[in-house]
Design a protein around this ligand. Structure first.
Ligand code: ZN
Length: 313
């Protein structure tokens, strides 16, 4: 693999279960300053939202998406799941964030070192573990001009995620062989895998003993990794099959094309193409302002809109 290819490998998006949609949007847009890049519906349950937050362009490596269900019970993450989402912020922004979280009423749980980077640990309103990672590699990535957070501190995309596993071996092989990650550090039972991508290029595999867990709000549904185009998506799909797993066929998610597969470690993985992207169906400067439906749901717009609660940010 060429060195430049590893700059485009890594996490594409991460999808999480949430509770109240308005509370979710207020937290990520007003408090964390992320951009709502797509307001759509859950394609498998169009009576509920699918909200996408990202960086200025909603580029691959920045998409944190939520399926809000107002009645969702509280989840508790366990083994075989992504248990934390790391978001990268520019160098020197740690003091801003420590003060900002406090003034926004968000409790900072820990301010510590994460594989050599300064990191602030806190939770979203549904209990999702978030980590702001100070990472100078994102200093040059453009910030969203209308963010409530100043340019020198605004979130630029994913740092990465933490997968909690009984045994790291099988998942490590997938990260290496399919997604071009390399093991670059170890700390106790946690191992860091990285690519050269400035965002979305870090995954921590944390070994842990079985623990009680339940699905619900605040838990990660799946982690998606990047494929450059349909051709690479298919060649990766063939590798998934060769590794003994059972991927879905290609699914048209409108803003990207995807396959899904369960990994032996338990985490649901997706592979998603970089394109066509969130600007395929609305102006790049107006992303997220109105409800966007994929073309095959457009004929049901009125019914769908009537069922959805209004959200405003
Ligand atoms: Zn997905």
């Amino acid at each position: 693999m060429k060195q430049t290819d590893r700059q485009h490998k890594g996490i594409h998006h991460i999808s999480v279960l949430a509770g109240d949609a308005q509370r979710n949007a207020e937290f990520y847009v007003q408090k964390l300053g992320m951009r709502l890049v797509k307001k759509s519906v859950n394609q498998d349950d169009p009576g509920t939202y699918h909200l996408f937050y990202g960086n200025a362009e909603g580029s691959p490596g920045s998409g944190l998406t939520f399926f809000p269900w107002p009645m969702a019970r509280q989840g508790k993450p366990g083994v075989g799941e992504s248990v934390a989402v790391g978001l990268s912020v520019p160098s020197g922004s740690e003091n801003y964030w420590a003060e900002h979280l406090e003034s926004a009423g968000i409790r900072l749980d820990t301010y510590t070192d994460l594989f050599g980077k300064k990191a602030l640990f806190f939770r979203d309103p549904d209990g999702l573990q978030l980590i702001l990672v100070i990472d100078e590699r994102v200093d040059s990535i453009p910030h969203w001009e209308q963010s409530s957070v100043p340019s020198g501190a605004a979130i630029r995309g994913f740092w990465g995620t933490t997968l909690r596993l009984n045994d790291h071996t099988a998942t490590a092989a997938i990260l290496k062989e399919l997604f071009s990650f390399e093991e670059t550090a170890q700390d106790g039972r946690s191992r860091l895998y990285t690519t050269d991508a400035p965002i979305g290029g870090s995954v921590i595999l944390e070994e842990a003993d079985p623990m009680p867990s339940s699905n619900g709000r605040g838990t990660v549904h799946h982690v998606a990794f990047r494929a450059k185009d349909d051709e690479e998506l298919e060649s990766m799909r063939q590798k998934v099959i060769a590794m003994g797993m059972q991927p879905t066929a290609h699914i048209d998610r409108h803003w990207f094309h995807s396959i899904y597969f369960h990994t032996p470690g338990g985490v649901l993985f997706e592979i998603a193409t970089d394109g066509p992207g969130y600007a395929v169906d609305e102006d790049a400067d107006k992303l997220g302002q109105k409800l966007i439906l994929p073309p095959w749901l457009e004929s049901r717009r009125e019914t769908i809109e009537n069922r959805l609660p209004v959200i405003s940010v």
